[in-house]
Structures are given as C-alpha cells and as structure tokens.
Design a protein around this ligand. Sequence first.
Ligand code: 5GP
Ligand code: ZN
Length: 114
Amino acid sequence: MAECIFCGIIEGNIPAEKVYEDELVTAFKDIHAQAPVHILVIPNQHIPSIQQIGEGDSQLPGRFFSVINQLAQDYGLAERGYRIVNNCGEDGGQTVHHIHFHLLGARHLTWPPG
Ligand code: 5GP
Ligand code: ZN
C-alpha cells in the first residue's frame, strides 16, 4: 500500500518520530500534536479501520492496550490520566485509513471534544 502514509512510516519511507515498535504494532508522535503528548499506535499490517479487524487479528486488540499502558507510564501519564481515541470511518472523523489509536495527555482534556 504505497499510497498509505502510515505504511510509509512503518516501511521507513516517510520520516516519523517512532517511540515504540514490535512485530505487531508501531507507535510514533503525531505530526500535529493536540496535546503535549500525542502518540499514534498503529498495526504494522495495513488494516483500514477497526471495522476490518478479523479473527486472524486476535492478538492485536490486547497488544494495542498493553503498548498504550506502557507508553502512558513511560510518558508520565498514568497518574494524571489520559485519553485514547479511535476515529472510525467518515462520521467518526477518520482521515488516515490505517487503524490508529491516539494517545493524548499531559494537559487537561475537556469532553465532549466536538
Ligand atoms: P484521524 O483524523 O484519522 O483520526 O487522525 C490522523 C492523524 O494522523 C492526525 O492526528 C494527523 O495529525 C496525523 N498524521 C497525518 N499525517 C501524518 C504524518 O505524515 N506523520 C505523522 N506523524 N502524523 C500524521
Ligand atoms: Zn497502511
């Protein structure tokens, strides 16, 4: 998927500040940070949205949350709290069609986001 920005980041063809990677997921800093900590956690495999997660991807959901948990500790968010966001599809406001969880923190976040 050469046209996918996030596949380009995983392949190393598009520069990004990677903060974590393993055989299933990669995490890197969002280019337009909405909070002092704004990290995106994505599957290494191109999956357009959480609607396309299949039975063969059963390891992924657990890995997303264990990596987010670890990053929250590493970035000092665990005590104060933080927000995890997944935008899915057009009404969900998804703009990059490769699954990503936003990890936002280190400022007080209001709700609803609008
Ligand atoms: P979405 O709106 O799809 O949930 O979020 C896409 C996110 O990807 C946005 O927060 C946007 O700033 C981020 N983003 C888009 N292009 C790039 C890029 O080339 N590099 C990085 N690091 N983040 C990107
Ligand atoms: Zn992709």
